[in-house]
Design a protein around this ligand. Structure first.
Ligand code: GDP
Length: 366
């Protein structure tokens, strides 16, 4: 005779236990994440995690840096202050190139090459045009497949929102966090269209321009501004039928670079060819970067540039705070709107309106 227990199991209404399913979250990660759920996850917990090189906590901290919420910004500020003494030890490399130049392929193969040499690499992106949609740099998960799963790499898609200035500020802070987490190479990628490369040049120590061999139209001025910023130009896709064209392009670029004035730091920008896809020519690129660092560290320009950048950050932060303080001032907002109308009606000149508004603003601070 079946027991009570067995009867229950025979019933169509009974629930079978089934096989226990593995957790959908990596248990090592979930341990860290569980901690985040608690409100009392404090600045020091973040700092400890970052200093231990915990990538989940680093990621979380960067999200705080990117957040627009005032309470997050306050934690982020404390976090940056705590990490600052542990930062500054990495080499910061900028990389730019038009879409299709092979940036992600290059970062993947060059990154793996450097990790093989014992480095730890963080990859960040500045992409003001990105709406996290198609074409967003680093946004696409299929990019840098091998690098993204490498324990010595950390890849962070670009902060999607905000002005270029805002994204730059956040990227600088992210660099500090990555350095504190032990990454000795920080690579910042940007698309070589628009102004973002100028911004990246203000953050990095060395700037690499990835180019394609072409019919010479790349020398027609469009890239002149970017070329002037480059410490190294790499003609990518120098493989197969393209090798000859790449060599020709290399010579054209070398000739073009001769026309630029000499750099103050004593470095003569170089042109190399490579194939990111076939991992050819990567070591010479690294050797040139090392040579640049040796030269500029010896003649003081390496530190000099960083000092200049620090002063730039100081000034940027002040102008940003002043602008925000003014334009978000609750009393000034309606006044500004009213002066705008008066300016449009030619009742007051824009200069005078600005003077009056600024006077009002500074008075409100007293
Ligand atoms: P990005 O838009 O600059 O990031 O360019 P991608 O890395 O996505 O590369 C664009 C296309 O060029 C892809 O189809 C790559 O496979 C290809 N590619 C990248 N590097 C090389 C290379 O060294 N040789 C060749 N033949 N193709 C490459």
């Amino acid at each position: 005779m079946a027991s009570e227990e067995n009867k229950k199991q025979d019933s169509a209404l009974s629930v079978q236990q089934g096989v226990e399913q593995p957790s959908s979250v990596n248990p090592a990660l979930s341990k860290g994440l569980r901690k985040f759920k608690k409100d009392q996850f404090e600045v020091m917990d973040y700092v400890d995690g970052i200093l231990k090189g915990d990538r989940a906590i680093l990621s979380r901290a960067i999200t705080l840096v990117e957040s627009a919420r005032p309470q997050d910004q306050e934690i982020a500020r404390q976090l940056i202050n705590a990490c600052l003494p542990h930062s500054g030890n990495s080499l910061r490399l900028g990389i730019t190139g038009v879409p299709g130049a092979g940036k992600s392929t290059f970062i993947e193969s060059f990154g793996l090459h450097l990790i093989d040499k014992g480095h730890k690499l963080a990859v960040l992106a500045i992409d003001p045009s990105s709406k996290r949609s198609k074409g967003s740099i680093l946004g696409d998960k299929t990019r840098m497949e091998d690098l993204s799963v490498n324990p010595n790499a950390f890849i962070r898609p670009s902060a999607s929102a905000g002005t270029l200035g805002g994204v730059a500020r956040k990227t600088r802070e992210t660099v500090i966090l990555c350095e504190a987490a032990g990454f000795d190479l920080v690579l910042i990628e940007t698309v070589g269209v628009g102004q973002s490369e100028t911004t990246v040049a203000q953050i990095v120590d060395f700037f690499l321009l990835l180019q394609l061999a072409g019919g010479g139209d790349e020398l027609q001025g469009i890239k002149r501004g970017i070329m002037e910023m480059a410490d190294l130009i790499v003609i990518n896709k120098a493989d197969g039928d393209n090798i000859k064209k790449a060599e020709l392009s290399k010579r054209e670029y070398e000739n073009a670079l001769h026309l630029f004035p000499a750099l103050e730091n004593g470095w003569i920008p170089k042109v190399l060819t490579a194939s990111a896809f076939h991992s050819i020519g990567l070591q010479p690129i690294w050797e040139h970067i090392e040579e640049f660092v040796r030269l500029t560290q010896a003649n003081g320009h390496f530190d000099g540039k960083r000092q200049e950048q620090s002063i730039g950050i100081l000034n940027d932060t002040i102008s940003h705070a002043l602008t925000e303080g003014f334009f978000y001032h609750p009393e000034l907002k309606p006044l500004l709107a009213s002066y705008e109308k008066q300016v449009l009606n030619k009742e007051i000149s824009p200069y005078e309106a600005a003077q009056l508004l600024l006077k009002k603003y500074f008075e409100s601070l007293k």
